[in-house]
Write a protein that binds this ligand. Structure first.
Ligand code: TYD
Ligand code: MG
Length: 455
């Protein structure tokens, strides 16, 4: 006999509690519990539609047949890269991002570009006409792309069985409703159940499933956070909606590196792949302006050159302002303190603004040296030679520290026609200048940098 009861779920981590609590015991977040109704009983709350479970038994690791890992080529270099070299059959991939960032566009584009692949695109958000209009903008190449406007999971599964597609896209997981449990679409228990059903579908049929999930600005919407634990891969769409660039980042990947990055540009006819980011991130440069420095950074496996801009001006108010776009503000404050303390550069009465070109968020510490150089350049109003690049981390005592994969960075700068690259003296030690046309300039400390740049 099925019984209805109410339980409380944490919106942040999905923890369950029989009564409301102010602070989540599992993740420590405050005020995240919401009440939901669940049905338990004979059916069990996780029984999934129409699919029976096969029982597995333990097998010695040496006896497991190691098949060569197959990957599905999605005909999209950037997406393939983020997935770790293509899509793994039977995987469940969550693609998250703010509304309007381009999730539906990317997925429809992939579905329409694949040849000889039957795709089932399930939408609970838009009508077939709306999707057709978008498809017309993007261009229809795959005649085997089927659009289904449906939100009930059991219906989706029965259409799946009839159509036998090679790839499924669900837009979005928040709209799905499983009739097996009694909860509204978008609630945590509903999202969990629907995702579990889709996961079972993917695992049993070896057909990969993409789930689109909405995330608000602070990344706090309940569903996707809970979902992250349930899926194989989480990729996140980032970028300012007002910029053309979109960054696709792997946040979690069971089948590849979780630091890969894909870059796209939103055009009038869909998302264009940006296979050589450096050229775009550097193209809008004016000659000889102060406060601009180029950093040779690495995101994932890919080196790219990116522009860092700083503006240092006399503070208009008593408390100087510090702001960083695309760069961690705490790290900026630390670098400013290092500059002040170690090189006597007076910044305490100045406003400092920092901007990373293209709306990209940088995590690679090798950008430190370019940040410092841009600040020095703006502060003194002396432009840095446009053919110079930087790649080093800055330590608390003003020392210039070595960074990983220095050769890849130098090669990229070299390839793009840069003439000088400033790196840590510790990185420079083992390098052979003969191999590069670019001049390698070792830097020991923040103190020394000023003289090397403008001396
Ligand atoms: P969309 O894929 O609907 O976002 P999401 O599914 O993440 O909510 O993206 C919609 C935005 O992209 C919308 O503002 C219109 C714009 N767009 C283009 O600029 N060019 C195009 O070819 C398409 C299809 C959309
Ligand atoms: Mg959408």
């Amino acid at each position: 006999m099925a019984k209805t009861k109410t339980v409380f779920f944490c919106k942040s981590c999905g923890n369950e509690s029989p009564k409301w609590v102010g602070k989540c015991a599992a993740c420590g977040e405050w005020n995240t519990y919401v009440e939901e109704t669940v049905v338990t009983g004979k059916a069990g709350k996780t029984t999934s539609a129409g699919l029976s479970v096969t029982r597995s038994k333990p097998v010695a690791v040496k006896d497991i047949v190691s098949g060569k890992e197959q990957r599905i080529d999605l005909q999209n270099l950037e997406l393939n890269r983020v997935l770790g070299g293509g899509l793994v059959p039977g995987s469940l991939v969550l693609i998250g991002g703010e509304p309007g960032i381009g999730k539906s566009t990317l997925m429809l584009q992939v579905a329409l570009a694949l040849s000889n692949t039957k795709v089932l695109y399930v939408s609970g958000e838009e009508s077939q006409q709306q999707i057709r209009m978008r498809a017309d903008r993007i261009g229809i190449r795959n005649e085997n792309c089927y659009i289904l406007t449906e939100t009930i999971t059991t219906e989706i599964i029965s259409h799946f069985e009839q159509l036998q597609p090679d790839l499924v896209v669900i837009d979005s997981i928040q709209t799905l409703v499983s009739p097996l449990i009694d909860a509204t679409a978008g609630s945590i228990s509903q999202i969990r159940e629907s995702a579990a059903e889709m996961n079972k579908l993917a695992k049993m049929t070896q057909v990969p499933v993409f789930l689109i999930g909405h995330i608000t600005k602070d990344g706090s919407i309940a569903g996707p956070k809970v979902l992250e634990h349930m899926v194989d891969t989480v990729i996140q769409f980032e970028g300012d909606r007002h910029y053309g660039f979109r960054i696709l980042r792997a946040v979690k990947n069971r089948f590849g590196s979780a630091s890969e990055l894909g870059i796209f540009e939103m055009n009038a006819n869909g998302l264009r792949e940006v296979n050589n980011p450096s050229e775009i991130l550097l193209s809008q440069r004016e000659e000889n302006v102060s406060g601009v420095a180029i950093s040779a950074m690495i995101e994932g496996l890919r080196p790219m050159l990116i522009e860092t801009q700083a503006l240092v001006s006399t503070a208009a108010y008593g408390t100087p302002q510090r702001s960083g776009t695309g760069f961690d503000l705490r790290r900026l404050n630390m670098l400013l303190a290092v500059l002040e303390k170690r090189s006597g550069f007076r910044l305490s009465s100045k406003d400092v603004f920092l901007n990373i070109a293209g709306g990209i968020r940088v995590e690679d510490p090798a950008i430190d040296l370019a940040v410092i150089a841009a600040i020095l350049s703006s502060g003194e109003d002396l432009p840095i030679d446009t053919k110079s690049a930087f790649a080093a981390e800055v330590g608390l005592s003003g020392e210039i520290r070595a960074v990983g994969r220095i050769e890849a960075r130098i090669t990229e700068a070299d390839k793009l026609g840069f003439e000088k690259i400033y790196i840590s003296k510790y990185n420079a030690k083992g390098l052979d200048q003969q191999k590069f046309t670019i001049e390698i300039i070792p830097v020991a400390s923040v103190n020394q940098l000023f003289g090397q740049l403008f001396g």
